[in-house]
Design a protein around this ligand. Sequence first.
Ligand code: LIP
Length: 277
Amino acid sequence: MTTTPDAPPPDPAALLGLAVDVAREAGGLVARGRASAAEQVDVKSSPVDLVTAVDRACEELVVRRLLAARPDDGLLGEEGGERTGTSGVRWVVDPIDGTTNFVYGLPAYAVSIAAEVDGRVEAGVVLNPATGELWSATRGGGATLQAGDADPVPLAVGAPASLGEALVATGFGYGAEQRRVQGAVVAELLPQVRDIRRHGSAALDLCSVAAGRVDAYYELHLNPWDHAAGALVAAEAGAVVTGLPGRPFARPLGIAVAPSVAEPFVALLDRLHPDTV
Ligand code: LIP
């Protein structure tokens, strides 16, 4: 599915405008569903991989709104939404990234919506309904953070002087064996950096790199909906967004890091992931 050559290319700013409007409406639904989140919880790939009725209702709303506005677009959603379009645009949706936090009432979860054009993310929004923070970016257009009704502020990554002074965020998968491997990597990494943060949402971790709230983030085996919007926000704020040497982002390791420590950080992760396929 690609854009038709004689049709004008979709305008990333217009795609972002639609994504922001839909994310705000979806964020309202998620916020209203928070108090009863734990009442309707199912499990997916493992006993710790949760999905709530609110995740599903949120994705249903987002899909309905996006396709009402742009009926020829494609779609990929975490909760099963999948559709091939004819316009060259595909929406990548995570209705609630950080579902475990949502169920527990930890205010670190987000609605994440990204627009791909011909397979490349051109616009993305991440909205945390618990804090009202909205992160957004277009490719080449920079990244901003809007807190509530305040004016959006441009984002820029931090500049830690050394790897030893870098605050690093990471996350863990839902499989016990994968978590054992990821835990062993953290044990090796911890003495070599400032500290580790585990926020529980890849989308918010990537946006935290963009805002300089952490200096680096890495995680194995992320799904497209976990990172599509957040990785663009991080890149547009100046982060190095990459995979292991010679590998693309999230294939299988997703890395976003401040340029000042990118080289030693990627080299360290490469040493700590010798068997990563
Ligand atoms: C979550 C990711 C997080 C990861 C969790 C989970 P979900 O996504 O955002 O980074 O560590 O294991 O995958 O499942 O809440 O959408």
